[in-house]
Design a protein around this ligand. Structure first.
Ligand SMILES: C[S@@+](CC[C@H](N)C(=O)[O-])C[C@H]1O[C@@H](n2cnc3c(N)ncnc32)[C@H](O)[C@@H]1O
Length: 287
């Protein structure tokens, strides 16, 4: 295919994908509540992709903020056996969501809250789902970042600004409007600051810098300073390789528990060339 046609095709696909991400604006009802985003249902195939990317299971509580007619919340209960909370400001939509839950036989696992998503208590959720606007996601972001580390956030079509997703999937590829983006974020623990690490008979000062789930840091000891390698934060689990003046790097894997990081066994092997340490002490000394 000629180069120009490919470029044109690319633009058409990009434009239609962008279009697919915008909830269609419908006029708000006279006398109805003042909504931040108008109603548009997430198609079933996209709802399933959202639950799949977050690996939702029976132990989860999925909270859909602005749940409309319950398409995501009811699917979480029906397809994944999860508990779900459907939170919606518009009483007519939530009535329809309840009706749909009863029709689908999931009313015992889905609860309904009529209320404003900005006032909602999000703490019962292990998974929060969103089909809102970018601006609303950004307004919610501080509250989301204060949720328990490891809470999964999934958004249909809209991102979180400079908080990059942990994963992105594309769903509904056959749609005439183009595919829909599905984004997953995992709420990271707060780990910035100075820490003291004692491992294998040595004590180091760690300075950790955090930008959401992205971590950089240095380790210093007497006459020794090194940059941490392969640092990764996934929810409450921090892993990194600590270069040492002698011998292979030490692999540290731990669960953040406020100002302590306690050792955990890593799933799978530590990266080649690093020696796992299962008996370290890691304590925050300065935020
Ligand atoms: C684009 S629809 C998404 C519906 C559903 N989450 C889905 O994906 O199928 C957005 C929903 O948010 C609701 N909504 C708008 N502003 C809200 C607010 N401040 N609090 C709670 N719900 C709100 C609207 O009534 C609408 O049902």
């Amino acid at each position: 295919m000629p180069r120009l046609s490919l470029t044109v095709l690319g633009l058409v696909v990009a434009a239609s994908a962008a279009f697919a991400q915008q909830p269609v604006t419908q006029p708000q009802r006279p006398g109805g509540p003042k909504l931040d985003v108008d109603f548009e249902a997430t198609p079933p195939v996209v709802a399933k992709a959202m639950l799949d990317i977050a690996n939702v299971g029976p132990d989860d509580t999925v909270m859909d903020l602005g749940c409309g007619e319950g398409d995501i919340a009811n699917a979480a209960a029906r397809l994944k056996g999860a508990r779900a909370i459907c939170l919606e400001l518009d009483p007519l939509r939530i009535a329809k969501a309840r009706e749909n839950a009863a029709r689908l036989g999931v009313a015992d696992r889905v609860s309904f809250i009529e209320g404003d998503l900005f006032q909602a208590d999000l703490t019962p959720a292990t998974v929060v789902t969103l089909f809102l606007w970018d601006t609303i996601n950004l307004k919610l972001r501080p509250k989301i970042l204060d949720l328990a580390p490891g809470t999964r956030i999934v958004s249909h079509g809209h991102d979180m600004g400079d908080w990059r997703p942990d994963r992105t999937a594309w769903a509904n590829r056959q749609s005439k409007d183009g595919p829909s983006a599905v984004y997953l974020w995992i709420v990271p623990a707060k780990i910035a600051g100075a820490w003291t690490l004692t491992a294998e008979g040595e004590t180091y000062t760690l300075d950790l810098t955090q930008r959401y789930q992205q971590i950089t840091g240095t380790a210093s000891a007497a006459r020794f300073v090194a940059r941490l390698r392969n640092a990764r934060l996934q929810g409450p689990i921090l892993t990194f390789d600590l270069p040492r003046s002698k011998g292979p790097p030490l692999r540290i894997a731990g669960r953040v528990e406020n100002d302590r990081i306690v050792p955990v066994a890593e799933d799978g092997a530590a990266p080649r060339g690093a020696t796992p340490s299962l008996a370290f002490d890691l304590v925050r000394t300065k935020p």
